[in-house]
Design a protein around this ligand. Structure first.
Ligand SMILES: Cc1cc2nc3c(=O)[nH]c(=O)nc-3n(C[C@H](O)[C@H](O)[C@H](O)COP(=O)(O)OP(=O)(O)OC[C@H]3O[C@@H](n4cnc5c(N)ncnc54)[C@H](O)[C@@H]3O)c2cc1C
Ligand SMILES: *[C@@H]1O[C@H](CO)[C@@H](O)[C@H](O)[C@H]1NC(C)=O
Length: 453
C-alpha cells in the first residue's frame, strides 16, 4: 500500500505528528495536503505538543531513537529555520549506583554515536561527587538526589520551546501550500462501499464530511476515544495523564539557574528544566500516569479519554494531589531552594501510550485509505523536525522493512504487560480515584515529610 503524490491527503491533528507529516509530504512534492484540528486555537492549548518546553535528548537505550534524535538535533540547530526554539543546555541523566538498565545502555549509545558526554563514574567517591556538583553554578544549591547517583551529562542535548516549534513548522506548512484548518473536529471515517469499505474521508462533529484519498490519523491522546471502532487503536493507544507543574522565579533567581542542564532522573522519572525566557521552571515525572474513564453510555467498551482545559475548563488543569506532592519532594532532592516556592500552575498533559513505547506509524490493516501516525508514548516531541520523514517514507512504501515492522499498527508486542525500560512496568492509576489538588496543595511545605518519589 502506498499513496501517490497527487492524491489528496487529509491529516487529522495538528500536533507533532500531524504537522511534521504535512511538512515532509509537501517537501517531497505532495500537492494536496490538508491538516484538520478540532481546536479553534492552534497550536491546540491541550495538545501534548503544546507546552513550555520538552526535553530533547539522544539518551535512549534503543539506538534507533538515539540516532534519530541526533538527526533531529542537527535540524533543531538550524537557527535560520527554528530561531532559538532549541536550547542546548545539556541533559544530566541520573541513575542508581551500579547502573540502570536504561541509562547504562543510553550512555553506551551516546558514546557510540559520538555525542559529547561526561560521565561521573562514582558519584560516591569524593572526586566523582565534586565533579558532578561542578556541573551546577556555585550559587545553585543542589540536594540529596545527587548523593550516590551514577550520572552522565550529554552536552549535545537540551530542550525545545515546544509550542513555538509547532508554530514554526505550521507556518512552513502553510508557506508550502498546505492547508491547516482549525475548529474541525473529526467524529468518524467515511467509507466507500464500492471500494470494499476503504476509508474515503472523514465525518466531522457537525455531521458534514470531507473526502480524501488518504486519511492520516494523528490525533494523539484523543485517538482511541475518537475512533472507537478501530480495534488496533482502542487496544494500543492508551491515554494517560501526566502531571507537570511550573514555578515562577524572580529575575535574580532565574539568572542563577540560567545555565543548569535539564536534569532527568531515571530512578524516579523526575525531570526539571532550566528557566524559560519568562523565568519559569517546569517539573514533571516520566512515569505511568493516570487513566481517565468518563461515564460511558454503554455502547462502547470504556477507553481512557483526556481530561483537559478544553473539556473541563480550569478544572481540567488540576492534577492528582499525590503527584503534586511527589513532584515537590523530588524537586527538593534536586534544587532544595525551589521546593520552598509555590507552584504557579499545574497541568495534566496526555501521553498516547503504545504497549511497547514504540510509535504507531503505518497503514491500518486492510485499508489502503487509512494511515496512522501516533502513539508518541511520552517521547516523540523532540523528533518534530524529522518524524514526518518516517511517516512519509512509510506512506510511500519506502521505509526499511524492519523499521516498518517496529511501528506497524498490527504488530504484536512481545508481552501483554506494558513494559518500558525507561519506566519499568506501566500501571496507570485511575484519575477518578485520585483527590485533585487544591490551591493549598500548590504551596510550599506540603509534601515536606514525604519520602522520595
Ligand atoms: C507531560 C508531557 C511531557 C512530555 N515530555 C516530553 C519530552 O520531554 N520530550 C519529548 O520528546 N516528548 C515529550 N512528551 C511527548 C510528546 O509531547 C508527544 O509524544 C507528542 O507531542 C505527541 O504528538 P501528537 O501529534 O501525537 O499529539 P498532540 O500534540 O496532542 O496533537 C494531537 C492533535 O490532534 C487534535 N485532535 C485530537 N482529536 C481530534 C479530532 N477528533 N479531530 C481533529 N483534531 C483532533 C488535537 O487538538 C491536537 O492538536 C511529553 C508529553 C507529555 C504529555
Ligand atoms: C484536493 O483533494 C480534494 C479531495 O479529493 C479535492 O476536492 C480538491 O479539489 C483537491 N484540490 C486540488 C487543488 O487538487
Amino acid at each position: 500500500m502506498t499513496a501517490g503524490r497527487n492524491e489528496s491527503v487529509l491529516i487529522v491533528g495538528a500536533g507533532c505528528f500531524g504537522i511534521s507529516t504535512a511538512y515532509h509530504l509537501l517537501q517531497r512534492g505532495f500537492t494536496n495536503v490538508t491538516v484538520l484540528d478540532r481546536s479553534e486555537q492552534l497550536p491546540a492549548p491541550d495538545a501534548a505538543s503544546t507546552d513550555l518546553n520538552k526535553i530533547v535528548r539522544t539518551s535512549y537505550s534503543d539506538i534507533f531513537y538515539a540516532q534519530l534524535a541526533r538527526d533531529a538535533i542537527q535540524e533543531w540547530k538550524k537557527t535560520d529555520e527554528w530561531g532559538d526554539t532549541y536550547r542546548e543546555s545539556g541533559v544530566l541523566v541520573l541513575g542508581p549506583q551500579g547502573g540502570h538498565p536504561y541509562a547504562s545502555k543510553a550512555y553506551e549509545n551516546d558514546v557510540a554515536l559520538r555525542a559529547r558526554t561526561v560521565r561521573f563514574d562514582s558519584a560516591k567517591d569524593r572526586d566523582g561527587s565534586a565533579a558532578l556538583r561542578a556541573v551546577f553554578p556555585d550559587d545553585v544549591e543542589t540536594g540529596s538526589s545527587f548523593e550516590g547517583a551514577a550520572a552522565y551529562l550529554n552536552l549535545d542535548s537540551g530542550w525545545a520551546s515546544a509550542a513555538r516549534g509547532v508554530e514554526v513548522l505550521m507556518a512552513r506548512v502553510t508557506a508550502l501550500g498546505g492547508k491547516v484548518v482549525r475548529g474541525k473536529g473529526v467524529a468518524g471515517l467515511l467509507r466507500d462501499p464500492e471500494e470494499g469499505g476503504r476509508t474515503s474521508g472523514v465525518i466531522l462533529a457537525d455531521g458534514s464530511s470531507i473526502v480524501a484519498r488518504l486519511v492520516v490519523i494523528a490525533s494523539g491522546s484523543w485517538t482511541a476515544s475518537t475512533f472507537r471502532d478501530l480495534d488496533h487503536l482502542v487496544e494500543k493507544c492508551i491515554s494517560t495523564g501526566q502531571t507537570t507543574a511550573t514555578i515562577q522565579l524572580t529575575q535574580e533567581e532565574a539568572a542563577r539557574y540560567r545555565n543548569v542542564p535539564v536534569v532527568l532522573d531515571f530512578r524516579t522519572g523526575f525531570y526539571v528544566f532550566p528557566p524559560t525566557d519568562d523565568n519559569i521552571i517546569k517539573v514533571g515525572c516520566h512515569d505511568s500516569g493516570v487513566a481517565h474513564h468518563p461515564p460511558e453510555n454503554g455502547t462502547y467498551r470504556p477507553v481512557s479519554t483526556p481530561r483537559t482545559v478544553s473539556s473541563h475548563g480550569d478544572d481540567g488543569l488540576r492534577v492528582p494531589r499525590s503527584s503534586i506532592r511527589s513532584l515537590r519532594s523530588s524537586l527538593r532532592g534536586v534544587y532544595p531552594e525551589l521546593a520552598e516556592k509555590p507552584f504557579a500552575a499545574t497541568r495534566l498533559c496526555w501521553y498516547t501510550e503504545s504497549p511497547d513505547s514504540d510509535w504507531m506509524i503505518g497503514f491500518y490493516p486492510s485499508d489502503p485509505g487509512l494511515f496512522v501516525a501516533t502513539a508518541g508514548s511520552g517521547h516523540a516531541y523532540k523528533f518534530l523536525p524529522v518524524i514526518g520523514l518516517i511517516v512519509s517514507d512509510a506512506l510511500e512504501g519506502r521505509l526499511d522493512p524492519a523499521i516498518a515492522r517496529k511501528f506497524a499498527v498490527d504488530r504484536k508486542p512481545s508481552t501483554l504487560d506494558r513494559f518500558d525500560l525507561s519506566r519499568g512496568f506501566l500501571k496507570p492509576g485511575n484519575l477518578g480515584n485520585e483527590p485533585l489538588c487544591t490551591p493549598e496543595d500548590l504551596l510550599p511545605g506540603i509534601g515536606k515529610n514525604d519520602g522520595g518519589a
